[in-house]
Design a binder for this molecule. Structure first.
Ligand SMILES: *[C@@H]1O[C@H](CO)[C@@H](O)[C@H](O)[C@H]1NC(C)=O
Ligand SMILES: *[C@@H]1O[C@H](CO)[C@@H](O)[C@H](O)[C@H]1NC(C)=O
Ligand SMILES: *[C@@H]1O[C@H](CO)[C@@H](O)[C@H](O)[C@H]1NC(C)=O
Ligand SMILES: *[C@@H]1O[C@H](CO)[C@@H](O)[C@H](O)[C@H]1NC(C)=O
Length: 294
């Protein structure tokens, strides 16, 4: 028979290691603090989907719900891809017209910060369709319209099932305009007086390619803030920021952050890891054996 004192000791010895298991820092969890993928699209600096991760300038720009979305004042746009070498993001406006669908116009509006750090690329062309003859882009601002890679916007009325309708209904070719982001930025669709729009990217590569095969969507060109993230990433950390001060934070593990880089003794969670699994088993088995052998 064991005395009550002996059972207490066994109780303590069995629970201590379990407790220690839970107390151990888990370095693998640092990944879940900042999710690095959304629907197979890699999420790296400067982007993030969790607050406190990535660069503060890009805070709350992405949302990973059913898909990855780019958030703007005019709506959430589906992200199709992110190219970290070329620093581009391809987004798609599900409410915009394309060669096959006709949808009522809808402004494309970005915040001032977005316009500054992640504007549409120069090879993204906005196509204003079915413009009224009073439209500023046909009058005072005529010079804002241009042709790209040998294409004129009139081609759309002939080639696209969607835009053919304008020609059929009016038996004329309503004015249209190929223009850059700045036109759309400074004049809303109402001011532009065009009923529909679409956008095409990679326009430099579309010489001799018909509108049916153009790439519809918006290519954004982002800049990476120079805040010293390179040093943190090189040391194995994930760049983030303090959600209150927005100052750079190098996230080393779930329990350790640093201001610059991970790696010094004070910075690593791992050096404080008290027990390995084997040691824990030892801790359970040794007292049990001692009891049995007595
Ligand atoms: C480390 O920084 C991240 C991002 O700001 C924050 O969510 C986390 O709570 C911080 N952890 C510690 C231990 O300070
Ligand atoms: C994320 O995007 C989805 C789809 O547009 C939207 O339903 C949801 O409310 C968004 N969440 C946030 C936090 O913006
Ligand atoms: C084209 O624009 C005119 C006004 O300029 C408008 O009355 C007409 O409904 C538009 N066509 C379509 C199909 O929306
Ligand atoms: C674009 O091309 C069309 C058809 O070739 C031409 O009529 C028009 O003047 C051109 N526009 C500009 C701005 O060069």
């Amino acid at each position: 028979m064991m005395s009550p004192f002996e059972s207490l000791i066994i109780f303590k010895f069995l629970h201590l290691p379990l407790l220690l298991l839970f107390l151990q820092p888990q370095p693998s969890l640092s990944l879940s603090l900042c999710r690095n993928t959304c629907n197979n699209i890699p999420i790296n600096y400067p982007f993030a989907i969790d607050d406190g991760c990535g660069a503060p300038q890009y805070r709350r720009m992405l949302n990973c719900s059913t898909d990855l979305f780019f958030l703007t004042p005019s709506g959430n746009y589906k992200v199709q891809s992110i190219d970290y070498d070329k620093r581009t993001v391809i987004i798609y406006d599900p409410a915009m017209s394309t060669c096959s669908i006709l949808q009522p116009h809808h402004d494309f509006v970005m915040t001032d910060i977005q316009s500054a750090i992640i504007p549409p690329s120069p090879d993204t062309v906005f196509v204003l369709v079915n413009c009224s003859i009073d439209s500023p882009v046909l009058n005072h601002y005529k010079s804002l319209c241009y042709n790209f890679s040998g294409h004129s916007c009139e081609e759309l009325y002939g080639a696209c099932t969607s835009f053919k309708l304008f020609h059929l209904l009016s038996n004329t070719t309503p004015p249209c305009c190929f223009t850059g982001y700045n036109t759309v930025k400074f004049m809303s669709m109402n001011i532009l007086d065009c009923t529909h729009y679409t956008s095409v990217y990679n326009t430099d590569n579309l010489v001799g390619v018909g509108p049916l095969d153009w790439l519809y969507g918006i290519k954004l060109s982002f800049s990476v803030p120079d805040t010293g993230c390179g040093r943190c990433a090189k040391s194995g950390g994930t760049c983030g920021f303090d959600v209150e001060t927005e100052g750079l934070v190098c996230i080393c593990s779930t329990t350790t952050n640093s201001t610059r880089e991970c790696g010094s003794v004070a910075d690593t969670g791992e050096s404080q890891r008290p027990f390995t699994l084997l040691q824990t088993f030892g801790l359970i088995l040794v007292p049990v054996f001692c009891m049995i052998l007595r």
